[in-house]
Write a protein that binds this ligand. Structure first.
Ligand code: FMN
Length: 183
């Protein structure tokens, strides 16, 4: 029987969804069965999958509460499948904060939910002042100022390194080939 991969994302402005879709196409391109859901729509049984990828973006220092709850409520089941988790944020545009060992949001999240995905990852997101509400724009400008990033841009800046996304997709497929998780 073919292996089953699920991708669950939580995205507000679409960048995490875009990354998830890129992974979906990459996986399907390797003739593997994969399906994509937003965290709100995912109603499947976790243990029906061979591998689950969960992606979530950061807003004001946190991943969507639904993601946190999903992981907390399904920890035992998640331990029975191969899991990949990626966080999308703007701090990760910095070289020294773009790995699972150095990105403060990912480190904090995994510690708080007491979970160790097999394949953790971090990707830089997108900066688009035009998409933000007045208040959000002020806040993001402040965050960018504090972290020495641009506080004014004509166009959106996509910091996502698509090669790193593809490498992550490769890693996922390689891990799946190696067979199920040993508990
Ligand atoms: C309201 C708001 C708050 C944000 N807060 C943070 C933050 O605290 N730290 C950070 O690194 N990025 C922050 N970001 C940047 C987002 O993580 C980034 O834009 C990402 O691409 C969003 O992904 P999404 O479109 O999938 O939601 C914030 C963005 C917005 C709009």
């Amino acid at each position: 029987m073919g292996k089953k991969i699920g991708i669950i994302y939580s995205s507000v402005d679409g960048q995490t969804k875009k990354i998830s879709e890129a992974l979906l196409h990459q996986i399907r391109g390797q003739h593997m069965e994969a399906t994509l859901w937003s965290i709100e729509d995912f109603k499947e049984k976790v243990t029906d999958f061979d591998l689950l990828i969960i992606g979530a973006s950061i807003r004001y220092g946190k991943h969507n509460i639904r993601v946190r709850e999903f992981v907390s409520n399904n920890k035992e089941k998640l331990d029975k499948v191969i899991t990949a988790f990626f966080s999308v944020n703007l701090v990760a545009r910095k070289e020294e904060k773009n790995s699972p060992d150095t990105n403060p949001y990912l480190i904090k999240f995994l510690k708080e939910v007491e979970w160790e995905p097999d394949l953790p990852a971090v990707f830089a997101g997108k900066l688009d002042y035009r998409a933000y509400s007045f208040l959000d724009r002020i806040m993001i400008k402040l965050i960018m100022k504090l972290t020495h990033g641009p506080t004014k841009t004509e166009k959106a800046i996509e910091y996502t390194d698509w090669k790193r996304v593809r490498d992550f997709g490769e890693l996922v497929l390689t891990r799946l080939e190696r067979g199920p998780r040993q508990n």
